[in-house]
Design a protein around this ligand. Sequence first.
Ligand code: HEM
Length: 573
Amino acid sequence: MTSSPAFYVQSSPKYCGPWRFMIQDEVKWVKVHYSSPRRPESFMPSTFYIVLIAGIACVLYLRRKRTPANTRLPPGPPADPLIGHLRIFPMKDQPEIFHEWSKQYGDVVHLEVLGRDFIILGSEKAALDLLEKRGANYSDRPHSEMHHLIGWADMLVFLNYGEQFTKIRRLSQQPFNRKESENFREIQMRQTHILLHNFLRTPLEYYKHTLRFATATMMEIAYGHRVVSDNDTYLSLIDEGIRVILESGNIGMSILDIFPVLKHLPAWFPGAWFIRFAAESREFVHKAREWPFQEVQRDMAAGTARKSFLSNHLENFAHEGIDSPTEFADLKTAALLLNQGITCSWPHYNTSSTHWLQAGGETTSSAVLLFLFAMLLNPEAQEKAQKEIDGVIGTTRLPDFSDRESLPFVECLMQETFRCYHPFPLGIPHCSRKDDVYNGMFIPKGSIIFYNLMTMSSDEKVYANPDKFWPERYLPKPRGNGEPRPALMYGFGRRVCPGRYLADSALWLVVVSVLATFKISYTQDEQGDDIIPPTEYNTSTTRRPKPFSCRIQARGPWAEKLILDAYDETLRA
Ligand code: HEM
C-alpha cells in the first residue's frame, strides 16, 4: 500500500488557506496527511505539482510589469525572481514592518507578490494625492474570488467604486452623517452607562465588557435589538462573520485569485477546501442577511420594534411606496454591513487565523481598549483630564454630549490616544483601476494600496517629538504647540468610513465617562512594585493591546453612586 503524500501547512481552527503553507513566518506547522479515497489511480501528485508550478511560472511571466518610458516602479526591498516579495511579505506586525520600509525607501513603497502589486503609502500627502485627489482611480477594493463564492462581494466594504457602490453607500451613510447620527445618542448613552456598571461590578473582565459594549451598541443601532445575554443569536452571527472574514484568506494572493478557474472544481476534489468553505459560508451569509431583517419586520408588524437603522429605512420605504425586491435586497446588504462597523474589518494579510476569536472584535472596542491602555501608561495625562472634568462637570452628575465643547483637554487626550495607539493602522486597502504615474513612479493597474497611519502620525515635520504622548500638542500656543489634530483615523477619499461620526461620538462619551468616574492604575507584584505591561498588540482585523493587568477603580463613593443610579435608569428605559 502506498503512503499518502504529506504536506506541512499552518494549523488553523478549521481551514487552511491555500497559500498559507508557503510562508513560514511565525506560523505553527502541523503535518497533514492528505488522502482521498476518490483520487483516481492514474492521478500522479508529482505530475500535478509540476504542472501547477509550471502554470504559476507562466502566469507570473505573462503578468510581469513593463514600466512606461521615463518611469520606474516605486522603490522597495529587494525581491526574488518570479515570486517577488513572497518570502518577506509580513504576515504579522505589518504596520511596524511597513513603517520601517517607508523610513528606508520613502513614502511610496512597492512590493510584488506572485505578480500582484502592492503599494504602501507612508505620508499623508501621498495618501491625499492619490486616494483623494485621484479618487476616481483609487477607490476600488481588491478583487477576491472567494468573496464572490461566499456571496458577499456586494457588501459595501468589498464593492468596487461604481453605481451599486454609490447606491449602497448612500443607504448606509445617510443615517450616520454628522446630523443624523445624533439620533443614536440615547443608545450610545445607555450602552456607555452599562459599560461603566460592568467596569464597577467586575473590573477584571474589562476586556470582555469592552467587546460587548461595542457589539451591543451596533446591534441596537442597526436592528433595535438589545443584547442581554452572552448566548444572544445576534452575537453568534457576529462571531461567525468574523470567523468567515478571517478564514477567507489573503485577498489577491489566494490561489483562487491567481487561478480563478479553480472555482469550478467539485467540492470533493482533493485540496479543494475552499469550495467546501465557500458553500458553508454562503449559508451563513444568507442567514445573516435574512434573519435580522425578518425579525425587525416581524417586530414592526407587532408594533414592538424599536427605532433603528433598519426600521427607519423600512418606514421610509413604506411611506414612499418602495417595494421592489432590488431595493429590499440592497437594504439587507446595507444593514449587514453595519456589522462591518462592528468588525469594520478586512482580512488583513494575516495568517494568524487563530486570532479570529479575540478579534470578536472591532474598531470601536479596539479603540476603547487602547484608550484604557494609554491611560494606564500615561497617568499624568489622565489626572489632568480628570481635573478638567471635575472643574467643568463636578461630581454630582455624569458627563453628556453637551459637555464636549467645554472640555478641550479631554478632546486633545482622545486625539493623542489614537495618534499614538492606532486601532486600525492600515485601514482597508484600496485598489487602482488603471495604470498611473506619481512623481515619476509607475503604479500598475490593479495595485493593492495600503496606507500606513502609523507612519503618517509619526511624521516629525508635523508632530514634534512624535513618540511622546503629549495631548497639549494640539492646544494653541503658548499653552500647547498648535499642531493639527490627526484626521486620518477613518481613511480616505470616497471610501472614508461612513460610520465616523457615530464612532467619534461613541468614543468621546466612553472616554469622558470613564475618566470622570474611574482611576486606571497599575497593579502591583508581590514586592509591591508596579506591574508595567509590555506594549504588545494583537493585530488581526484591528489592533488592540494584548490583555494587560490594570486596576479600574471608582474615584470615590460619589462615582459609584452616579454609576449605579445611571444603570438603574438604563433598566427602566
Ligand atoms: C473607532 C471606530 C472606527 C474606525 C477607526 C473606523 C475606521 C475605518 C477605516 C479606516 C475605514 C476604511 C476607509 C478607507 O477605505 O479609506 C473604514 C471603512 C468602513 N467603516 Fe469604519 N471605522 C470605525 C467605526 C465604524 C462604524 C461604527 C461603522 C458603522 C456604522 C463603520 C462602517 C464602515 C464601513 C461600512 C466601511 C467601508 C466603507 C467603504 O468601503 O466604502 N465603521 N472604517
